[in-house]
Design a binder for this molecule. Structure first.
Ligand code: BEZ
Length: 218
Protein backbone atom coordinates (compact mmCIF):
# COMPACT_ATOMS: atom_id res chain seq x y z
CA UNK A 1 0.00 0.00 0.00
CA UNK A 2 1.48 3.37 -0.96
CA UNK A 3 2.05 6.26 1.39
CA UNK A 4 -0.49 8.16 -0.67
CA UNK A 5 -3.35 5.79 0.18
CA UNK A 6 -6.21 7.87 1.51
CA UNK A 7 -9.14 6.71 3.58
CA UNK A 8 -12.18 8.73 4.57
CA UNK A 9 -11.60 10.78 7.71
CA UNK A 10 -14.88 11.46 9.48
CA UNK A 11 -15.04 14.94 10.93
CA UNK A 12 -16.60 16.55 13.96
CA UNK A 13 -20.25 17.27 13.18
CA UNK A 14 -20.60 14.44 10.64
CA UNK A 15 -23.18 11.71 11.10
CA UNK A 16 -21.28 8.63 12.27
CA UNK A 17 -20.98 6.27 9.28
CA UNK A 18 -23.24 3.24 9.64
CA UNK A 19 -21.89 -0.32 9.48
CA UNK A 20 -22.64 -3.88 10.43
CA UNK A 21 -20.03 -5.81 12.38
CA UNK A 22 -19.28 -8.95 14.33
CA UNK A 23 -18.43 -8.22 17.97
CA UNK A 24 -17.60 -10.19 21.10
CA UNK A 25 -21.22 -9.80 22.22
CA UNK A 26 -22.82 -10.62 18.85
CA UNK A 27 -23.57 -8.89 15.56
CA UNK A 28 -24.43 -5.19 15.57
CA UNK A 29 -25.76 -2.59 13.17
CA UNK A 30 -24.29 0.66 14.39
CA UNK A 31 -27.33 2.82 13.62
CA UNK A 32 -29.29 0.57 16.00
CA UNK A 33 -26.60 0.35 18.66
CA UNK A 34 -26.91 2.28 21.96
CA UNK A 35 -30.30 3.83 21.17
CA UNK A 36 -30.72 7.21 22.91
CA UNK A 37 -27.26 6.90 24.42
CA UNK A 38 -23.80 8.25 23.73
CA UNK A 39 -21.20 5.89 22.29
CA UNK A 40 -17.46 5.83 22.77
CA UNK A 41 -16.19 3.97 19.70
CA UNK A 42 -12.50 3.28 20.15
CA UNK A 43 -9.87 1.27 18.30
CA UNK A 44 -6.69 -0.42 19.49
CA UNK A 45 -3.87 -1.74 17.30
CA UNK A 46 -3.85 -5.41 18.28
CA UNK A 47 -4.99 -7.99 20.81
CA UNK A 48 -2.36 -9.52 23.11
CA UNK A 49 -0.18 -6.39 23.08
CA UNK A 50 0.89 -4.57 26.24
CA UNK A 51 -0.29 -0.98 25.78
CA UNK A 52 -3.62 -2.17 24.37
CA UNK A 53 -4.12 -4.46 27.35
CA UNK A 54 -3.64 -1.55 29.77
CA UNK A 55 -6.04 0.63 27.78
CA UNK A 56 -8.77 -1.99 27.42
CA UNK A 57 -8.45 -2.75 31.12
CA UNK A 58 -8.83 0.97 31.82
CA UNK A 59 -12.07 1.08 29.85
CA UNK A 60 -13.32 -2.07 31.59
CA UNK A 61 -12.46 -0.86 35.10
CA UNK A 62 -14.20 2.49 34.51
CA UNK A 63 -17.18 1.13 32.52
CA UNK A 64 -19.52 2.10 35.38
CA UNK A 65 -18.48 5.76 35.03
CA UNK A 66 -19.35 5.68 31.32
CA UNK A 67 -22.69 4.03 32.12
CA UNK A 68 -23.41 6.77 34.65
CA UNK A 69 -22.93 9.21 31.75
CA UNK A 70 -25.49 7.31 29.61
CA UNK A 71 -22.67 6.02 27.42
CA UNK A 72 -21.92 2.64 25.82
CA UNK A 73 -18.41 1.47 25.03
CA UNK A 74 -17.61 -0.16 21.67
CA UNK A 75 -14.05 -1.35 21.02
CA UNK A 76 -12.45 -2.38 17.72
CA UNK A 77 -9.29 -3.89 16.32
CA UNK A 78 -8.24 -5.58 13.10
CA UNK A 79 -8.23 -9.02 14.70
CA UNK A 80 -10.46 -12.06 14.38
CA UNK A 81 -13.31 -12.80 16.76
CA UNK A 82 -11.35 -15.87 17.94
CA UNK A 83 -8.39 -13.67 18.87
CA UNK A 84 -10.70 -11.25 20.72
CA UNK A 85 -12.34 -14.05 22.70
CA UNK A 86 -8.98 -15.59 23.61
CA UNK A 87 -7.57 -12.20 24.71
CA UNK A 88 -10.64 -11.27 26.78
CA UNK A 89 -10.46 -14.67 28.47
CA UNK A 90 -6.68 -14.42 29.00
CA UNK A 91 -6.86 -10.97 30.62
CA UNK A 92 -9.69 -12.13 32.89
CA UNK A 93 -7.66 -15.19 33.94
CA UNK A 94 -4.45 -13.21 34.53
CA UNK A 95 -5.82 -10.02 36.09
CA UNK A 96 -9.50 -10.53 36.92
CA UNK A 97 -10.48 -7.63 34.63
CA UNK A 98 -13.27 -8.56 32.21
CA UNK A 99 -13.90 -6.73 28.92
CA UNK A 100 -17.68 -7.15 28.94
CA UNK A 101 -18.39 -4.41 26.37
CA UNK A 102 -18.51 -5.37 22.67
CA UNK A 103 -15.26 -5.41 20.69
CA UNK A 104 -15.56 -5.36 16.89
CA UNK A 105 -13.57 -8.00 14.98
CA UNK A 106 -12.70 -5.77 12.01
CA UNK A 107 -10.71 -8.40 10.17
CA UNK A 108 -11.65 -6.99 6.73
CA UNK A 109 -10.74 -3.43 7.94
CA UNK A 110 -14.15 -2.16 6.78
CA UNK A 111 -14.94 -0.12 9.88
CA UNK A 112 -11.33 1.01 10.39
CA UNK A 113 -11.24 2.49 6.90
CA UNK A 114 -14.68 4.08 7.32
CA UNK A 115 -13.53 5.89 10.48
CA UNK A 116 -10.00 6.86 9.41
CA UNK A 117 -8.55 4.46 11.99
CA UNK A 118 -6.22 2.91 9.43
CA UNK A 119 -3.47 5.46 8.87
CA UNK A 120 -0.97 3.75 6.53
CA UNK A 121 2.02 5.93 7.37
CA UNK A 122 1.66 4.75 11.00
CA UNK A 123 0.67 1.15 10.19
CA UNK A 124 -0.78 -0.55 7.13
CA UNK A 125 -2.27 -3.41 9.11
CA UNK A 126 -3.19 -2.12 12.56
CA UNK A 127 -5.68 0.57 13.55
CA UNK A 128 -4.31 3.60 15.37
CA UNK A 129 -5.68 4.41 18.83
CA UNK A 130 -8.81 6.37 17.89
CA UNK A 131 -11.65 7.55 20.12
CA UNK A 132 -14.92 8.75 18.61
CA UNK A 133 -17.41 10.49 20.90
CA UNK A 134 -20.81 9.96 19.26
CA UNK A 135 -23.97 11.54 20.66
CA UNK A 136 -27.44 9.94 20.85
CA UNK A 137 -28.33 11.47 17.46
CA UNK A 138 -25.32 9.55 16.04
CA UNK A 139 -23.40 12.74 15.38
CA UNK A 140 -19.60 12.70 15.85
CA UNK A 141 -18.81 15.27 18.53
CA UNK A 142 -15.12 14.78 19.34
CA UNK A 143 -12.30 12.70 17.85
CA UNK A 144 -8.96 11.66 19.32
CA UNK A 145 -6.23 9.89 17.37
CA UNK A 146 -3.16 8.51 19.16
CA UNK A 147 -0.23 6.65 17.57
CA UNK A 148 0.60 3.02 18.29
CA UNK A 149 3.20 3.75 20.96
CA UNK A 150 1.29 6.15 23.24
CA UNK A 151 -1.59 5.00 25.41
CA UNK A 152 -4.59 7.25 25.97
CA UNK A 153 -5.65 8.97 29.19
CA UNK A 154 -8.89 7.64 30.67
CA UNK A 155 -9.38 10.70 32.89
CA UNK A 156 -9.24 12.89 29.76
CA UNK A 157 -11.70 10.70 27.86
CA UNK A 158 -14.18 10.91 30.74
CA UNK A 159 -13.53 14.64 31.22
CA UNK A 160 -14.16 15.36 27.53
CA UNK A 161 -17.38 13.33 27.60
CA UNK A 162 -18.59 15.21 30.69
CA UNK A 163 -17.65 18.52 29.05
CA UNK A 164 -19.63 17.73 25.88
CA UNK A 165 -22.69 16.70 27.86
CA UNK A 166 -22.47 19.69 30.22
CA UNK A 167 -22.06 22.06 27.28
CA UNK A 168 -25.13 20.60 25.54
CA UNK A 169 -27.24 20.83 28.67
CA UNK A 170 -26.31 24.34 29.76
CA UNK A 171 -25.26 25.99 26.47
CA UNK A 172 -21.88 26.97 27.88
CA UNK A 173 -18.27 26.37 26.87
CA UNK A 174 -15.40 24.89 28.82
CA UNK A 175 -12.14 26.71 29.55
CA UNK A 176 -8.68 25.18 29.63
CA UNK A 177 -8.47 22.13 31.91
CA UNK A 178 -12.13 22.39 32.96
CA UNK A 179 -13.36 19.71 35.31
CA UNK A 180 -16.87 19.02 36.56
CA UNK A 181 -17.68 21.32 39.47
CA UNK A 182 -15.64 24.22 38.08
CA UNK A 183 -16.75 27.50 36.49
CA UNK A 184 -17.77 27.44 32.82
CA UNK A 185 -17.62 30.11 30.13
CA UNK A 186 -20.95 31.79 29.42
CA UNK A 187 -21.78 32.87 25.85
CA UNK A 188 -20.39 36.25 24.81
CA UNK A 189 -22.99 39.00 24.26
CA UNK A 190 -24.21 39.46 20.70
CA UNK A 191 -25.65 42.99 20.91
CA UNK A 192 -24.43 46.27 22.38
CA UNK A 193 -27.22 46.14 24.96
CA UNK A 194 -26.22 42.63 26.00
CA UNK A 195 -22.61 43.83 26.20
CA UNK A 196 -23.64 46.62 28.60
CA UNK A 197 -25.60 44.10 30.69
CA UNK A 198 -22.61 41.78 30.82
CA UNK A 199 -20.32 44.62 31.95
CA UNK A 200 -22.78 45.45 34.72
CA UNK A 201 -23.27 41.82 35.75
CA UNK A 202 -21.66 41.22 39.13
CA UNK A 203 -22.59 37.53 39.36
CA UNK A 204 -19.88 36.29 36.99
CA UNK A 205 -16.07 36.35 37.01
CA UNK A 206 -15.04 38.61 34.13
CA UNK A 207 -11.85 39.38 32.25
CA UNK A 208 -13.92 41.50 29.89
CA UNK A 209 -17.34 41.30 28.25
CA UNK A 210 -16.23 38.47 25.92
CA UNK A 211 -14.63 36.28 28.58
CA UNK A 212 -16.83 35.61 31.59
CA UNK A 213 -17.04 32.53 33.80
CA UNK A 214 -19.80 31.37 36.08
CA UNK A 215 -20.61 28.46 38.38
CA UNK A 216 -23.49 26.47 36.86
CA UNK A 217 -25.17 23.71 38.85
CA UNK A 218 -25.23 20.31 37.13
C1 BEZ B 1 0.88 -2.21 22.29
O1 BEZ B 1 -0.31 -2.17 22.54
O2 BEZ B 1 1.71 -2.40 23.16
C2 BEZ B 1 1.35 -1.99 20.89
C3 BEZ B 1 0.55 -2.39 19.83
C4 BEZ B 1 1.01 -2.18 18.55
C5 BEZ B 1 2.23 -1.55 18.33
C6 BEZ B 1 2.97 -1.09 19.39
C7 BEZ B 1 2.53 -1.31 20.69
Amino acid sequence: MSNETMYAMPRIGDTAPDFEAVTTTGKIKFSEFAKEKWTILFSHPADFTPVCTTEMSGFAIRKGEFEALNTELLGLSIDSIHSHLAWVNNVREKTGVYFSFPIIADIDMKVSKLYGMLQPNESETAAVRAVFFIDPAKKIRLIMYYPLNVGRNMDEILRALQALQFSDKHKVAMPLNWKKGEKVIIPAPKTLQALEERLADTTCEKVDFYLAKKMVEA
